[in-house]
Design a protein around this ligand. Sequence first.
Ligand code: ZN
Length: 116
Amino acid sequence: MFCTKCGAQIQEGANYCSRCGTPVAATEVSAGEAAQCTSGMATASLVCGIAGFFLGPLLSVLAIIFSIIALPHFGNNPALKGKGMAIAGLVLGMIGLAWIVFVIWTILVFLGFLVI
Ligand SMILES: [Zn+2]
């Protein structure tokens, strides 16, 4: 098969074009742009979901938003890859938010004891 972006021949089983780096999965789908966008959203969701644990609730919220944007596309196109990442991002985002709420609640309780 050939890369739809640069036209270079791609080896069977390769995940990326060796010349321009375009993902093969995206070149196989007719709506290549949408596929890349969706898998990018899924990746961003997963990354934000993990980063939210360390960097704060804003990233956890972003992870949930990204996965909500990305997930409907997977229902329309089963060939799209990254659904697992989007779901993982959604779950991690929710756990991250719950964790932040727990930390804030703990701090408030602690401060409450100090005031008393
Ligand atoms: Zn290429």
